[in-house]
Design a protein around this ligand. Structure first.
Ligand code: C5P
Length: 253
């Protein structure tokens, strides 16, 4: 059997050439990184949970007419996605102050923002993904004005969808990051949601207790990351109960 071709390996995922032109297989690893990979660990089962959760969110977005790269889940750790050209920006939407916004502006963590605030960071690990303005984006040609209008509208639609889905299961969507891809259809170019949407790229807080159910558990050593992600998956009905227990197979005599 021919070995499939690896296209790219990132911090949390590996991309392989897909079975048909225009497709890619996205493999979710168990590797967790934070602070631009200064903190690293392997969290058993994280990849399985993120594969399922990203499938759940992307499928919902496709269903409400927000285009995404997601085609179908292939197995526990892999999904088939559309190949696209990634816009070199991380698009962050914030509903409550947290993370770098609290550090930069001194706003107390958890403060509700007067409206969703969208930020753009340049995707560049060497520079630590710096915050950029629309002036930089236009001047350096990372995206056109039309792209920026479309990206803003996509980001706000994703925010409304995710906020509603999470609210229904008692979870506050504090903020999240998405990546945008370009796909070409003849002479036409479309922007779609790419990469992943999972607790690795969102801040999710329990509405009642404020408990953190996202990657901050790993960033700040707050407990078990798989327990937190399993809680999110269970509340959303994404994984059957107990499937988050990634015990090793046992031999039955
Ligand atoms: O760190 P910061 O507060 O700017 O992050 C905002 C949101 O974007 C958080 O939900 C975080 O998990 C996500 N993010 C990400 N990947 C990055 C930077 C931020 O998923 N490289």
């Amino acid at each position: 059997m021919a070995r499939r071709k690896k296209i790219y390996e990132g911090k949390a995922k590996i991309l392989y050439e897909g079975p048909e032109p225009g497709t890619i297989v996205q493999y979710f690893k168990d590797d967790a990184t934070a602070f631009n990979a200064k903190k690293k660990d392997v969290i058993e089962g994280k990849g399985v949970l993120n594969n399922r959760l990203s499938e759940f969110f992307m499928t919902g977005l496709n269903q409400i007419g927000v285009p995404t790269h997601f085609i179908k889940r292939l197995n526990m750790r892999e999904q088939l996605v559309k190949s696209c050209e990634i816009v070199p920006l991380e698009v962050i939407v914030r509903n409550y102050a947290a993370g770098t916004m609290t550090q930069r502006l001194g706003i107390e963590e958890g403060t509700q923002l007067p409206r969703p605030i969208v930020e753009y960071c340049l995707k560049n690990d060497d520079l630590g993904d710096p915050l950029v303005t629309e002036e930089h984006i236009a001047a350096f040609g990372w995206a056109s004005q039309q792209d920026m209008d479309d990206i803003l509208s996509l980001a706000l639609r994703v925010n409304d969808f995710l906020s509603g889905v999470m609210l229904a299961v008692g979870i506050r969507l504090v903020d999240f990051k998405i990546e945008i891809g370009r796909i070409y259809d003849g002479d036409f170019m479309r922007l779609i949601i790419a990469d992943e949407i999972s607790p690795d790229s969102c801040r999710l807080w329990d509405i009642e207790t404020g408990e953190k159910l996202d990657k901050d558990v790993f960033r700040r050593d707050l407990g078990s990351l798989t327990d937190a992600y399993t809680e999110v998956a269970n509340r959303l009905g994404v994984m059957p109960k107990n499937s988050g227990q990634f015990s090793k197979p046992t031999l039955i005599n």
